[in-house]
Write a protein that binds this ligand. Structure first.
Ligand code: SF4
Length: 638
């Protein structure tokens, strides 16, 4: 295989002026890493299967890019999905998918790592493989093809994409990626067949090789489990975690075109202990681990210097729960006002404390203040385990309007298990009540934006047994809200039921969905996360051609003892714990924040050794006592 770099450059010079935003396809940005191709042993292409504008700010890929390029024996380069105009030009000119740094074809890399943070990227992942000239089905790849690995939240149910991925990296990638590289290098030096590489990867904790398992089904289509096809293939794959969050990346690549976030992003904490029963991220990212304030401040200062950005985002699933948040915000706000920086702290809880924090940051009040109550009746709040009293929300809203914000954005979810039309009506009533408080304080300037998404049951959550609403139920609820949330100062946005259905099919799919995804891609499905690109009709036809009933994956109540296609993946949180939470939701029992009192979700027994070796307050789980080693005599007499 020979790569004609000069020819590719000439082709790009010709076609780039004909496509939208050519800056997406050239690389060469500030802080990109370009190593001599022959100076390293292993080359990794890191792909985000959507356009550059969305993929460039992805923090997970930024971490892997920096970590891999820090190794002298590895180079990592970036790949994104070309937008439809560029894809057409590439196909018409036989230009294969290439990396932005060296403009080398992806086919020439050793490893292609695809991040899958959400399910609606699956067809784009297939499209990337096709554009790269890599066989879509893992079974058809040979020693000449890159190893295709995938990681990210949508890989916690790997069965749906099992046909297309050589190995899934489950959990946190900071240490895992190095273990994969080490195994890959040993295999490459050995000159052994590809099958040996796949087998060796099964011995890496956190790696799942789906081709080494055979799924089984009952006559009526229920999944019966995975049978390992090799004695070395483990029955359970436990996610990887890092004991301590390593220093965050600081050399962010600065794009030369506008992307969704032009900012320094620092993850202040990973995981969440609140236990919202619908929340996939909250369940699979446990345990909670915090970064020290000093490390965050140093990272911000370094990153600002390295990038020239003027905005910093402090990321986590629930930023007000970061134990040092007041200290951190105090220190940052001083620096921010001296240097005209904008600081954003998303994911704040509904309490006046959150407004104090935002006040300290003295940022713009233009974008509005965002809160996520998710539900509007006490019954629903107890069901989903997100307890916020209506009066507390109104009090917070009054404080927000009084302190200079004119818009409040409230995020709700419809379709939670057991939801009635009264619960939906309560969402409209609560929005009206909040707006009316605003009117009392700032008059007609007060406005309210309700963002109403539709709940999709996710694997590894307490609601994994629950059915998803039917399109008719979704429509009826949305119509009610659209009718009620009209008028001056009110705005409502919602998710189309067809978009929700796609997410629902893909989230709890099994290996039979592989044929459906393949059919859909073959008939033109891609950019499914884009409303103007998603084609519901193509997916309907794809199900029909595969002989698979879409409703099986969405509207079916699962029995409590049903075996799930993702049961072989261990996120640390036990299935029995999730079931207990599901039962508690039906009885509307609240579960408190577990940092105050551990209720044994399974994380500690799963990672007991790691916790034991890493005592301290950076974990929010209790410490695990050091094992007392019995003296020989004690051992004999006990
Ligand atoms: S082990 Fe205990 S403290 Fe840690 S996440 Fe689970 S329930 Fe919470």
């Amino acid at each position: 295989m020979s790569f004609d770099h000069h020819r590719l450059q000439l082709q790009l010079e010709r076609i780039l002026p004909t496509v939208q935003k050519p800056g997406r396809y050239v690389g060469g940005e500030l802080n990109q890493v370009l190593k001599p191709w022959d100076s390293v042993e292993t080359r990794v292409a890191l792909a985000f299967p959507d356009i550059y504008d969305l993929g460039l700010p992805n923090l997970g890929l930024a971490i892997l890019y920096q970590d891999l390029n820090a190794r002298p024996d590895v180079l990592a380069e970036r790949v994104y999905s070309p937008w439809t105009d560029m894809e057409l030009a590439m196909r018409n000119n036989s230009i294969p998918l290439y990396s932005l740094e060296s403009h080398r074809p992806v086919l020439e890399f050793d490893i292609l790592g695809i991040t899958l943070p959400y399910e609606t990227l699956y067809t784009n992942a297939l499209n990337l493989l096709d554009l790269a000239g890599i066989p879509l089905h893992a079974a058809q790849r040979t020693e000449q093809h890159p190893l295709v690995i995938a990681g990210g939240h949508a890989c916690y149910n790997p069965e749906t994409m099992a046909d297309f991925i050589d190995a899934f990296a489950i959990g946190e990638g900071e240490e895992l990626i190095h273990d994969i590289v080490i195994v890959y290098q040993a295999w490459k030096r050995s000159g052994k067949p590809r099958a040996d590489l796949l087998l060796a990867l099964t011995q890496v904790s956190g790696v799942h090789v789906p081709s080494l398992y055979q799924p089984g089904y009952t006559d009526d289509g229920l999944f019966t489990g995975l049978t390992p096809l090799h004695p070395l293939a483990p029955r359970k794959i436990t996610k990887r975690i890092v004991a301590q969050l390593p220093p965050p990346p600081t050399r962010f690549i600065v794009p030369s075109i506008d992307v969704v976030h032009n900012r320094v992003a620092v993850e202040i904490m990973r995981g969440c202990t609140r236990g919202c029963r619908f929340c996939h991220a909250g369940m699979v990212n446990r345990p909670v681990r915090e970064r020290p304030v000093a490390e965050i401040l140093t990272a911000i200062q370094t990153a600002l210097k390295e990038t020239g950005y003027e905005e910093v985002a402090l990321l986590s699933l629930s930023s007000s729960d970061y134990t040092q948040i007041v200290d951190l915000v105090d220190k940052i706000s001083k620096h921010a006002s001296e240097n005209h920086l904008t600081i954003s702290v998303p994911s704040l809880r509904i309490e006046s404390f959150s407004i104090d924090l935002m006040d300290k940051l003295k940022g713009s009040r233009q974008g509005g203040f965002t809160l996520a109550p998710e539900a509007a009746t006490d019954r629903m709040r107890a069901t989903i385990n997100k307890p916020i009293a209506a009066e507390q929300l109104l009090e917070t809203a009054r404080a927000i309007y009084s302190r200079g914000w004119s818009t409040i954005k409230l995020y709700f979810m419809i379709g939670h298990p057991s939801e009635t039309m009264e619960d939906v009506q309560a969402i409209a009533d609560l929005c009206q009540a909040v707006l009316s408080e605003g009117r009392k304080i700032i008059g007609k300037r007060a406005s309210l934006h309700a963002g109403v998404s539709t709940f999709v049951p996710k694997p590894h959550t307490p609601f994994q047994w629950a059915p998803c609403d039917t399109p008719e139920q979704m429509q009826a609820k949305q119509e009610l809200l659209r009718r009620e949330l009209r008028g001056p100062g009110l705005k409502m946005t919602w998710t189309s039921p067809k978009d929700t259905l796609l997410e629902a099919w893909l989230s709890r799919g099994d290996r039979r969905m592989g044929q459906v995804i393949f059919n859909a891609w073959q008939n033109g499905a891609k950019f499914d996360a884009w409303q103007d690109q998603y084609r519901y009709d193509i997916w309907q036809a794809a199900f029909e051609a595969a002989g698979v009933d879409p409703a099986f994956y969405t509207h079916r109540q699962r029995a409590e003892d049903e075996i799930f296609p993702w049961d072989h993946i261990n996120p640390g949180v036990r299935k029995a714990f999730l079931l207990g939470e599901y039962r508690a939701s039906r009885e509307q029992i609240f579960r408190a924040d577990c940092r105050d009192s551990c209720f044994g979700c399974g994380i500690l027994p799963t990672f007991a050794e790691i916790r034991r070796e890493n005592p301290g307050k950076h974990w929010m789980c209790p410490e695990v006592p050091i094992r007392k080693v019995k003296k020989p005599l004690e051992a004999v007499i006990s």
